[in-house]
Ligand binder design. Structure first.
Ligand code: UDP
Length: 240
């Protein structure tokens, strides 16, 4: 049973359980996809039914940050812990490296996925990178075919939300991969073009503030966070 936070159902798992589930999906027949919504994406889903369907249609829905975990607790239905997409991805790659499985990196500006690939191979010896493609393309079907040709076991789809969720829902099966993960700006972090917040900030639930200071242009998007909290309060009132 998923835990509902303003219309998005989250899987209630620890990070370890989430990675285990991810590996099960990777080893099972068919195509599966993982999403990691934050409050901003929950707000997008409230306004966009197609985005909501793509997010809720995922095989694994993980709370990316502290905002969703706080929201769930305020609603009286706590989630075990936050399971940030980037950490989930890192652990998944560790396991994939042990099994010699292959990964396709899709998204970000030209050159970023290739730079990320180099770093990831160094960090996870044994991991195979089946292919890369930047995230600024017009022909979706051609990109899905390229992934299929690469015979990748998994794909990191990093096109920003809700573009990546919609892409995975529509084209995921055409890639032939067993697992696709929507991971926002993670390739930029893996490539080293954008830094992740130091541990101090994330430990105190302030990763969002660190990112805002580094990239002030995010302010408009981040205004969705107070809106999220207002909506959680309203929902709490309704539930009584
Ligand atoms: N991006 C992309 N194609 C697009 C739009 C965005 O590949 O059409 C990439 C962008 O270059 C960045 C990522 O998607 O690497 C989105 O990062 P953002 O920080 O906005 O995502 P978040 O992690 O906040 O979801």
């Amino acid at each position: 049973m998923r835990i509902d936070v303003l219309g998005v159902g989250f899987d209630n798992l620890t990070m370890e359980e989430a990675v285990e589930r991810g590996m099960e999906l990777l080893h099972s027949q068919g195509t599966h996809y993982v999403v990691t919504p934050n409050p901003e994406i929950v707000e997008v889903c409230r306004e966009d039914p197609a985005a909501a369907a793509a997010v809720n249609g995922a095989d694994l829905v993980l709370p990316d940050g502290i905002g969703v975990v706080k929201g769930a607790a305020m609603l009286g239905t706590p989630l075990k812990e936050k399971t940030p997409g980037i950490e989930f991805a890192d652990r998944l790659m560790g396991k994939m490296a042990q099994g010699g499985q292959s990964l396709y990196l899709l998204g970000a500006k030209p050159g970023v996925a290739e730079a990320a690939a180099e770093k990831l191979i160094a960090q996870h010896p044994g991991l195979r990178i089946a292919g890369t493609h930047n995230g600024y393309f017009k022909d979706d079907a051609a990109v899905a075919r390229d992934v299929a040709r690469s015979q990748a076991d998994a794909v990191f789809v990093c096109l920003g939300a809700p573009k990546q969720e919609l892409w995975m829902a529509k084209y995921g099966a055409d890639t032939g991969a067993h697992l696709l993960c929507g991971l926002g700006g993670s390739l930029d972090v893996f490539a080293g073009t954008v830094e992740r917040a130091p541990e101090f900030w994330s430990r105190h639930g302030l990763e969002w503030f660190y990112r805002l200071c580094r990239e002030p242009s995010r302010l408009g998007r981040m205004m969705k966070l107070p809106l999220f909290l207002i909506h959680v309060r309203q929902e709490k009132g309704k539930r009584g």
